[in-house]
Design a binder for this molecule. Sequence first.
Ligand code: SF4
Length: 64
Amino acid sequence: MKLHVDFGKCEGYANCIIAAPDVFSIDDSNVVIVTDSEPPDDERDAVEEAVRSCPVAALRIEED
Ligand code: SF4
């Protein structure tokens, strides 16, 4: 799985970081950083929760 982030939409709510702290972080400007853009399958549940919990729908999973 690959992650796609619409950085223009991200407003730094940080829900994704709470859901998947090994995959997301946040920079000094409150914009999300993807620390692992191709997360392993054992992160799938956490990443799906992150996608669901983003209030501005900035995250998307692209299947390989
Ligand atoms: S939950 Fe969405 S808006 Fe919040 S930091 Fe993550 S990508 Fe950005």
